[in-house]
Design a protein around this ligand. Sequence first.
Ligand SMILES: CC(=O)SCCNC(=O)CCNC(=O)[C@H](O)C(C)(C)COP(=O)(O)OP(=O)(O)OC[C@H]1O[C@@H](n2cnc3c(N)ncnc32)[C@H](O)[C@@H]1OP(=O)(O)O
Ligand SMILES: CC(=O)C(=O)O
Length: 535
Amino acid sequence: MNSVKKERLYLFDTTLRDGAQTNGVDFTLADKQVIAAMLDDLGIDYVEGGYPGANPLDSEFFATRPKLNHARFTAFGMTRRAGRSASNDPGVAGLLEAKADAICFVAKASAYQVRVALETTKEENLASIRDSVAAAKAAGREVMLDCEHFFDGYKEDPSFALACAKAAYEAGARWVVLCDTNGGTMPNEIETIVTEVTKHIPGDHVGIHAHNDTEQAVANSLAAVRAGARQIQGTLNGLGERCGNANLCSLIPTLKLKKEFSDAFEIGVTAEKLATLVKVSRTLDDMLNRVPNRHAPYVGESAFVTKTGIHASAVLKDPQTYEHVLPELVGNHRKVLVSDQAGRSNVIAELDRAGIPYEKSDPKLTRLVEELKAREAAGYAYESANASFELLARRTLGKVPHYFEVEQFDVNVEQRYNALGERVTVALAVVKVDVAGEHLISAAEGNGPVNALDVALRKDLGKYQKYIEGLTLIDYRVRILNGGTGAVTRVLIESEDENGGRWTTVGVSPNIIDASFQALMDSVIYKLVKSGAPA
Ligand SMILES: CC(=O)SCCNC(=O)CCNC(=O)[C@H](O)C(C)(C)COP(=O)(O)OP(=O)(O)OC[C@H]1O[C@@H](n2cnc3c(N)ncnc32)[C@H](O)[C@@H]1OP(=O)(O)O
Ligand SMILES: CC(=O)C(=O)O
């Protein structure tokens, strides 16, 4: 058997440097330490920690440096300034002092940028590159150069852009990284230009740093690899300046799972670590308090979701009918939703998932699909409300005990002065329930009518009270479904219990209190069903 030796492709993560340039992203020192360790564990080759000397956080991060098992810890910074020597440049000195394995300098590789932004000469720029790379090399560091604005610079003055790249390589840089700094270069241009560059600098010394301003940073990175580049710079979840950098959470699976790349290249991420990618992606979002992009390729919550009946029926026969890779390979999972796009297959898949028994030939199953579609048409959204769907299914199939009856509720909202003479708005709710013939009345105040109603409803449910003690509401979302006088309100409530179980319920009505009450009731009843409370 002929086994072709695979080439090594190196992954360089700049989440902690270019990612820190994302609007709205602020890392703490602890965040940086955790993320560096997570990247190292994933199998990234280079972790760029930041810019020591540029701010106290990055200086401290490099002074204490995280312990990494595989990845090379990399410091980023400018080449020496025009008119200074490398030994007399505080910025370069800061980089050399940093506890880093590698130094990644940034230098302009565009004649226009040198003239306008640096206000210096092309010769001085080339000398700055040579001097800075040589100084870091002499200090025993692995050196690389980010050639800023390389592609725009190449289109304007190819010989100067190339001269910048060659100056770094000839001065001893391990990697010369071609940057699409403004992110406007197209994949065919990247492929053509990188092909030219690799005629002068060996591809296994060439890297790509692509920005996502035309939504093609991943495609541009892959185009550079096709043309010979062997280092890819990117970030987790595509963080980065403006529209972000090439997303490593998309690139890594593509490199591992798409034959064109997996047959030709080896990367530091193993199959076992690839299966942690969803966790890595979500951990970063959690740390930054960002809502994960549910439509993100590979790692998004919707990446392997099937909503329509025709697709679901095929997926249940063989997942490959609508999946380009197996979700488990990246740590994701398949999900079949129920909605107005659903058929029997979606409903059956959801009943299986929820462990609700049914007979395939039972006409009640057809009734459930019809009821689901009618309710979706009225505004319910069961794909987002798993618990309400489960109750609807159990009710239609005749399997929910009648635990209690709400005989009446009453909510008042009033504005008044408190003891400090401040105006406060207070809501008061009264709920009357019949629990197996026992009539119970509860009243509660809340910071709003729904909160008051919730507290009153869950204050005393007689013999069922012990089953709902650990129930808390963690999210409440309202959407007005059509404007004008005929507006309908949809309320989604997310709940949690003492065991960390989470579920979502839905209510729909022209009246927001009524819609909220439906969703509250479903949440409480779902908890009773889940707890196995007797009828
Ligand atoms: C494409 C990229 O993403 S590059 C990374 C950009 N990231 C950052 O800039 C974040 C960290 N930066 C900083 O904290 C600050 O800019 C510092 C500490 C580096 C420098 O701050 P200052 O000394 O106040 O300079 P300032 O930021 O105003 O301007 C940058 C200076 O560096 C010069 N410069 C810019 N790039 C380079 C370079 N590659 N090599 C040498 N000099 C450069 C500019 O000409 C300008 O010089 P001037 O002050 O004589 O006009
Ligand atoms: C270096 C860098 O971040 C860029 O050129 O985009």
